[in-house]
Design a protein around this ligand. Structure first.
Ligand code: FUB
Length: 324
C-alpha cells in the first residue's frame, strides 16, 4: 500500500496507536469532537470525551467501529480532555493507557482493563501513582517486559516537571541547554503502576551530545512510539511546533538513542502523531491529518501508509502533504 488510506469516515479520529492482536489490526485513536473552544497553545480545543476502538482483518479491508470503549464520565478521577491512548496485552488481558486531566487540571495517566481488545474497558479508581503529562505508548519487549513511554510539551505540561517533580516556575530550558526528554518507566507485573521512577529518554546528535532545546526541527515534543527492527530499538516522536515525525535508534528500551532522521514531513493540520506496526511482513505508519475537515486542527482523521526501510536500517521519509 503506497498510497495513504483514510480509515474512518463517520467520526473524526487522531493519534492512532495500532497493534496486531489475534491476527487482526486494532487501532486505538483519540476521538476528536467540535468543542467550540477557541484554538490555543494549551490545546484546550482538544476536549475529547471518549474512545472508540477500530479493527480490520487486512490492511486494505473493511474497518469495524466497535463503539465506545471508554467514556470520561465513567472515570472516577476525571477532569477533562481524553488525549492520545495506547493499549498493551498481557496474559489475555488488555490494558488501555490514557492521558486525562484530573480535577485539578493536571494531566495524569490512567489505566482501564478489558478481557477483549475492543473493550469496553473498566477504569481503575485512580491514575498511575507518580504519573504526569500525556501520550502513553507501551512497548512489549521479549514477551516479558513492558515499558511505558510518555510526555508532551506545552498543553501536555511536560515543561512543568524536572526529575519527576513539579517545579515552581514552569518553562522550557534555554535554547542552548539540553532539550526536555520523553520519559520511560518499566510497568509493574500487574500492568497497573510504574515499577520504577520514570527516566529520561535521551536523544543524542551525531556528535553524541544531547539534542538542544532550541533544536526545534529534531528535539522531542510529544507522541512517543517505540518499535524494534532487526534487533534495534527505534524511538519515534513528534517535533510539535515544527510538525515532523522523527526517529532515533538505540540498543535497548531506555536508550540513549541517536537521532536518525525524519519519518514524515508535516501534514495538513498542526499536530502530527503516529504509530508503527508490522503486519504480514510489511511495516505500516498510522498517523493523522486534517485534510477531511478542511484543515481544522482539532478535527483530524486517521490514515495508514506503508513504511519502508533502507538497507542500512534507516527509514525512507514519507511526504505528509503539508507545508514544511
Ligand atoms: O490529541 C490530543 C493531543 O494532540 C495528543 O495527545 C498529542 O499527541 C497531539 O496529537
Amino acid at each position: 500500500m503506497k498510497t495513504p488510506r483514510y480509515l474512518v469516515e463517520n467520526l473524526y479520529t487522531a493519534d492512532p496507536s495500532a497493534h496486531v492482536f489475534n491476527g487482526k489490526i486494532y487501532i486505538y485513536p483519540s476521538h476528536d469532537i467540535e468543542s467550540s473552544i477557541p484554538e490555543n497553545d494549551n490545546g484546550d480545543h482538544f476536549d475529547m470525551r471518549d474512545y472508540h476502538v477500530f479493527s480490520m482483518d487486512s490492511i486494505d479491508g473493511e474497518v469495524t467501529d466497535h463503539g465506545v470503549a471508554l467514556d470520561v464520565k465513567n472515570i472516577p478521577w476525571s477532569g477533562r480532555q481524553l488525549w492520545a491512548p495506547d493499549v498493551a496485552c498481557k496474559n489475555g488481558k488488555y490494558y488501555l493507557y490514557f492521558p486525562l486531566k484530573d480535577k485539578n487540571d493536571i494531566f495524569r495517566i490512567g489505566v482501564a482493563v478489558s478481557n477483549k481488545p475492543e473493550g469496553p474497558f473498566v477504569p481503575q479508581n485512580d491514575p498511575i501513582k507518580g504519573s504526569y503529562t500525556i501520550d502513553p505508548a507501551v512497548l512489549e519487549d521479549n514477551a516479558t517486559d513492558f515499558y511505558i513511554y510518555f510526555g508532551g510539551l506545552w498543553g501536555g505540561q511536560l515543561q512543568r516537571y524536572r526529575n519527576n517533580k513539579a517545579i515552581e516556575n514552569p518553562a522550557e530550558p534555554a535554547d542552548d541547554e539540553p532539550a526536555l526528554c520523553a520519559r520511560i518507566a518499566k510497568l509493574s507485573e500487574d500492568m497497573l503502576e510504574f515499577a520504577e521512577e520514570p527516566r529520561d529518554v535521551l536523544i543524542l546528535d551525531e556528535n553524541g551530545e544531547p539534542l538542544k532545546a532550541g533544536d526545534h526541527n529534531r528535539r522531542y515534543f510529544e507522541g512517543p512510539w517505540m518499535h524494534k527492527y532487526n534487533g534495534k530499538y527505534y524511538f519515534s516522536y513528534s517535533t510539535g511546533n515544527t510538525h515532523r515525525l522523527c526517529y532515533a535508534i538505540g540498543d535497548n528500551p531506555y536508550g540513549p538513542f541517536t537521532y536518525a532522521g525524519v519519518i514524515l514531513t508535516p501534514v495538513v493540520g498542526w499536530t502530527t502523531h503516529h504509530s508503527i506496526v508490522e503486519f504480514e511482513s510489511k511495516w505500516y505508519l498510522f498517523h493523522h491529518d486534517s485534510v477531511p475537515s478542511g484543515g481544522k486542527t482539532w478535527l483530524r482523521s486517521i490514515k495508514v501508509v506503508e513504511l519502508e526501510y533502507n538497507e542500512d536500517g534507516t527509514i525512507k521519509t514519507i511526504d505528509g502533504g503539508g507545508k514544511d
